[in-house]
Design a protein around this ligand. Structure first.
Ligand SMILES: Cc1cc2nc3c(=O)[nH]c(=O)nc-3n(C[C@H](O)[C@H](O)[C@H](O)COP(=O)(O)OP(=O)(O)OC[C@H]3O[C@@H](n4cnc5c(N)ncnc54)[C@H](O)[C@@H]3O)c2cc1C
Length: 295
């Protein structure tokens, strides 16, 4: 197999917010070995690389973007791997697998760790890259290592001493720029299947009640400041339901920016700036973006 080099996608069609302009090319890998050709492919395209998973945490500008999208073919089944500690199960997973499929796979086998994250869209690679999480669970809680491609070294394994992760952040030690996570190694705790199912059911119920999960959003726009809820601060600052040109802070959960149809990145950026300014001047909190801006 070799890398596929495809026409550059319109990011509006590849992001859940439905925003973003045309890119120059898409380079798609179907296996870890494919990535051996990534340096050459990027040189041929001659554009900045953008790792793209499910596009569910991206706010992209609506203009032509000098970018080569690097993506992973969807699919692949999780595989059991050796080396787990007692009471745990180690699994190797292709980064292009949808996170929801992994969560279901684990739930059916009584593997705890992802159940609180039920309903998070996107891919396993994207979830690790942003350390996605909810209801007390995050990717870092199960992560034992990643196979990632970097321009300097190609694909290498980065074990626990070679990555750092925290609240919605992940980095590879010594890697400052682009990297592509191709495969990940995860350690799950063995639990009763019913308990795992119950945790997932409760998390999904809470999400459905509190978040506009079916709307065109990119999840939470801002990170929660230490000890605070960004959604509550936005609400108190009058941004719940505030809209501009097709974009709107959700009336259901103020930290979700929704594209109600016809929204633009310009409107999104203006709303974000206004919200940040209001929260800063009223409450002294400088809101940090959780969504990744691509421009
Ligand atoms: C309805 C909804 C609910 C959500 N709920 C949550 C939630 O509860 N918790 C939460 O944390 N997030 C949530 N999100 C945000 C989003 O789904 C997660 O951040 C998700 O893990 C992003 O994965 P992705 O594959 O879509 O990544 P993308 O959006 O494609 O990319 C996100 C970032 O990761 C990088 N990236 C993607 N793939 C790779 C890779 N293979 N290697 C290296 N870098 C990569 C991209 O360059 C980008 O910087 C929600 C989003 C929506 C739309």
């Amino acid at each position: 197999m070799a890398l596929d080099i495809l026409d550059g996608p319109l990011l509006a069609r590849r992001t859940t917010l439905g925003l973003g302009g045309k890119t120059l090319a898409e380079i798609r890998a179907a296996s870890v070995a494919d990535l051996d050709g990534l340096s050459d492919a990027l040189a041929r395209v001659g554009a900045r690389p953008l790792a793209l998973g499910g596009g569910s945490n991206i706010l992209a500008a609506d203009r032509e973007l000098d970018l080569a999208v690097v993506s992973l073919a969807r699919g692949g089944d999780p595989e059991r791997a050796p080396g787990a500690a007692a009471g745990r199960v180690r699994v190797a997973v292709w980064g292009g697998l949808p996170l929801g499929r992994l969560e279901v796979w684990c739930r059916r086998r009584g593997l705890a760790g992802l159940s609180g994250m039920v309903g998070i869209p996107g891919t396993v690679g994207g979830a690790v890259a942003g350390n996605a999480g909810s209801y007390g669970r995050d990717m870092a809680g199960v992560l034992a290592g990643v196979w990632a491609w970097t321009p300097d070294a190609g694909v290498e394994f980065f074990g626990p001493d070679r990555f750092t992760a925290g609240y919605r952040r992940f980095s590879l030690v010594g890697v400052a720029g682009f990297f592509m996570i191709a495969r990940v190694l995860l350690d799950f705790e063995s639990a009763a299947e019913a308990a795992v199912r119950e945790e997932a059911g409760l998390a999904l119920k809470k999400k459905k009640a509190a978040q506009p999960i079916a709307a065109a959003t990119a999840g939470c726009v801002f990170k929660n400041p230490e000890g605070q809820s960004a959604g509550r601060l936005l609400d108190l600052a009058g941004f719940r339901g505030r809209g501009l040109g097709g974009m709107e802070f959700s009336a259901m959960h103020a930290n979700f920016l929704v594209n109600r149809g016809g929204g633009t990145s310009q409107a999104a950026f203006e709303l974000i700036d206004a919200a940040r300014e209001a929260v800063s001047s009223r409450f002294g909190h400088e809101l940090e973006l959780e969504v990744r801006v691509v421009s």
